[in-house]
Write a new protein. Structure first.
Length: 104
C-alpha cells in the first residue's frame, strides 16, 4: 500500500504542474475560426455606407412630407380665418364701409 505523504506549499511552489504549448493563446482565436468556418465580412465598409445613405434619404423624404403637410395646413388655416372673419361682419356694415371710403 501507498502511504500518503503530506506535501507542503513550499515544495510545490516552484514547480509548474501543467504546461501550455507555445503561442497557444495567440493562435487560439484563429484555430477556433478555422474550425467553425468563420469568414471575415469583406463588404462591411460598403454596407455601412449604404445604410447611412439610405437613412439620409429616408430622413429627407420624411421631412419633405412633414413640410408639405404643414404648408397645406397653414394655407387651410388662413382660408378658415378669412371665412370666419367674413361671417362675423354683417353685410350692411361692409357696404357702408366701402361707400364711405370711396367718397374720400
Amino acid at each position: 500500500m501507498k502511504t500518503n505523504k503530506k506535501i507542503t506549499l513550499e515544495e510545490i511552489a516552484t514547480e509548474l504542474p501543467f504546461s501550455v504549448p507555445e503561442n497557444y493563446f495567440e493562435q487560439f482565436a484563429l484555430q477556433i475560426d478555422r474550425q467553425i468556418g468563420y469568414k471575415t465580412p469583406q463588404h462591411r465598409f460598403i454596407r455601412s455606407w449604404m445604410y447611412a445613405a439610405a437613412m439620409i434619404v429616408a430622413i429627407f423624404v420624411v421631412s419633405s412630407i412633414f413640410y408639405s403637410t404643414n404648408q397645406r395646413n397653414l394655407a387651410r388655416n388662413a382660408e378658415n380665418y378669412e371665412s370666419y372673419v367674413m361671417t362675423q361682419v354683417d353685410e350692411p356694415a361692409v357696404v357702408d364701409y366701402y361707400v364711405n371710403n370711396q367718397s374720400k
